[in-house]
Design a protein around this ligand. Structure first.
Ligand SMILES: *[C@@H]1O[C@H](CO)[C@@H](O)[C@H](O)[C@H]1NC(C)=O
Ligand SMILES: *[C@@H]1O[C@H](CO)[C@@H](O)[C@H](O)[C@H]1NC(C)=O
Ligand SMILES: *[C@@H]1O[C@H](CO)[C@@H](O)[C@H](O)[C@H]1NC(C)=O
Ligand SMILES: *[C@@H]1O[C@H](CO)[C@@H](O)[C@H](O)[C@H]1NC(C)=O
Ligand SMILES: *[C@@H]1O[C@H](CO)[C@@H](O)[C@H](O)[C@H]1NC(C)=O
Ligand SMILES: *[C@@H]1O[C@H](CO)[C@@H](O)[C@H](O)[C@H]1NC(C)=O
Ligand SMILES: *[C@@H]1O[C@H](CO)[C@@H](O)[C@H](O)[C@H]1NC(C)=O
Ligand SMILES: *[C@@H]1O[C@H](CO)[C@@H](O)[C@H](O)[C@H]1NC(C)=O
Ligand SMILES: *[C@@H]1O[C@H](CO)[C@@H](O)[C@H](O)[C@H]1NC(C)=O
Ligand SMILES: *[C@@H]1O[C@H](CO)[C@@H](O)[C@H](O)[C@H]1NC(C)=O
Length: 381
């Protein structure tokens, strides 16, 4: 009898514990499901007879490989796969802006670094790549606010100017500046970009082009021994961390170009979702939601609805995710895939919502007349 009592209390504590634990984690249906396939992992990635790959990159519709190929949704989404490089390189339209990544929200392109170099006596020896714009056909793109405007140098004040689209038609100039000075090679500190060898500032979304204007106090004469050049660029903020060696390392520009891309927002056309729907020229297919672009330039993108995956721009649209493939239910639960979701239920003899992240399935002892005693007798046996 003594033995039995001990077992009973142990089981009760266990039950309380597990109930308390599931109270802390209210059911959230999607946490256990695998990440949905993006539009470049869909069963259908491109239009029929269109190439889907360029070197390492997958090119999903509405983008399309080939100029005048009808593989893209409109000519502005054409990309050019230049196979004269090994591996081949992908470019925006007919221009020389190299694409390094295409995702559902962004296109990343190789960086473009403005450089001002001086000789010991303070004369410009070079001033390169101070302006950046898209070619006329590259209508869908604008700079994302995931970028920052950054300056690396010890005697540099750089203004950035560029057209900012607002309300589609109205365009005004955006201007900002970043200044970076240091007097001693030991001033700049790795990881700190606050005006001492490095300066960074945010850029607004919707920026369509920019040019950098370099100013200097002393033509780099006092810092020339360790910093002959100043650099200015827009780049993906989270990919850049300052190192003091960038100031004298002549490989810095190439490192930047290789490692810190420019992030672009893209959108279809210049109409909102509602306008495009009314217009009858609407790009979003079955089981997808339309999302208005937030760049101020108009346009929209399509997004597979919750529980669906695939390419929302191509017929037959997004397809149901079979969540049951990676059983998202509790170990005693039964999964039932439904359109846009799934249901969990509990196997016979178990009770609960069946969800791994919910209450799970508990053996139905609480419902019997003398549940605890029955259960513990079973255990002792
Ligand atoms: C291509 O992708 C593979 C694997 O993702 C990677 O190891 C390789 O460096 C990539 N090549 C180029 C040229 O980007
Ligand atoms: C695409 O068409 C335009 C005119 O429609 C033409 O000027 C251009 O050369 C063509 N490009 C290619 C690669 O065929
Ligand atoms: C300007 O930038 C492009 C792209 O990074 C590069 O190919 C070109 O050589 C640069 N021009 C100069 C003069 O550095
Ligand atoms: C710097 O450049 C100027 C103009 O090209 C030249 O006259 C001067 O000799 C150069 N100074 C040095 C130290 O090379
Ligand atoms: C929208 O784009 C069309 C061409 O696709 C152009 O004719 C029209 O002027 C644009 N509208 C605005 C407000 O920019
Ligand atoms: C914007 O700036 C550019 C370059 O500084 C200038 O040429 C243009 O006139 C400006 N546009 C407006 C609308 O201020
Ligand atoms: C730079 O700083 C070091 C110590 O931090 C000092 O010894 C040196 O004199 C300084 N150089 C100049 C040019 O100020
Ligand atoms: C796209 O849909 C997913 C769910 O299907 C949602 O989590 C995400 O926030 C949506 N993205 C946008 C930009 O609406
Ligand atoms: C699965 O769900 C569908 C739709 O909700 C329903 O018709 C079907 O009976 C369910 N199957 C099981 C085994 O629960
Ligand atoms: C099954 O799940 C769907 C959502 O995926 C929900 O609408 C439906 O009510 C659930 N059916 C049952 C029987 O729980």
């Amino acid at each position: 009898m003594q033995k039995k009592m001990l077992h009973q209390s142990a089981i009760l504590i266990l039950l309380r514990l597990s109930l308390a634990l599931s109270d802390c984690h209210p059911p959230t249906p999607s946490t256990n499901t695998p990440p949905r396939k993006s539009f470049s992992e869909a069963a259908t990635i491109a239009r029929p007879h269109c190439r889907t790959r360029c070197g390492n990159l997958t090119v999903p519709y509405p983008f399309g490989i080939g100029l005048n190929s009808s593989c893209s949704i409109d000519p502005s989404f054409e990309v050019n796969c230049d196979t004269s490089y090994t591996p081949p390189k992908l470019f925006i339209s007919e221009g020389d802006r190299e694409i390094v990544d295409i995702s559902e929200q962004h296109v990343r392109i190789r960086n473009w670094v403005a450089t001002a170099c001086y000789n010991e006596s303070g004369y410009f020896t070079s001033l390169d790549n101070v302006s950046f714009d898209f070619k006329t056909k590259a209508f869908p793109y604008s700079f994302s606010d995931a970028n920052q405007f950054m300056v690396v140098g010890c005697d540099d004040w750089v203004d950035i100017v560029g057209p900012l689209g607002i309300d589609r038609s109205f365009v005004r100039n955006y201007t900002s500046s970043c200044a970076s000075f240091c007097s001693n090679i030991s001033d700049p500190i790795d990881g700190f970009c606050m005006g001492n060898g490095c300066c960074r500032t945010s850029v607004p979304k919707g920026l369509l082009a920019f040019s950098s204007k370099f100013y200097t106090l002393d033509y780099h004469m006092k810092v020339h021994s360790f910093n002959p050049c100043g650099y200015a660029f827009i780049g993906e903020a989270e990919k850049f961390e300052f190192h003091a060696s960038y100031l004298w390392d002549m490989g810095f520009k190439n490192w930047m170009i290789e490692n810190v891309p420019i992030v672009l927002d893209w959108a279809i056309g210049n109409l909102t979702c509602n306008q495009a729907k009314k217009n009858g020229d609407f790009a979003c297919r079955e089981n997808s939601d339309c999302v208005d672009s937030d760049t101020g330039l108009g346009g929209y993108r399509c997004n597979c609805s919750e529980g669906y995956e695939g390419n929302p721009y191509l017929s037959p649209g997004c397809t149901d995710i079979d969540e049951c493939q990676n059983n998202p239910c509790h170990e005693h639960g039964i999964c039932n895939n439904t359109l846009g979701g799934y249901n969990c239920s509990c196997a016979k003899g178990y009770k609960g919502d069946g969800r791994k992240d919910g209450f799970g399935c508990v053996a139905m002892i609480m419902n019997s007349q003398f549940p605890v005693i029955k259960f513990s007798i079973g255990l002792i046996k």
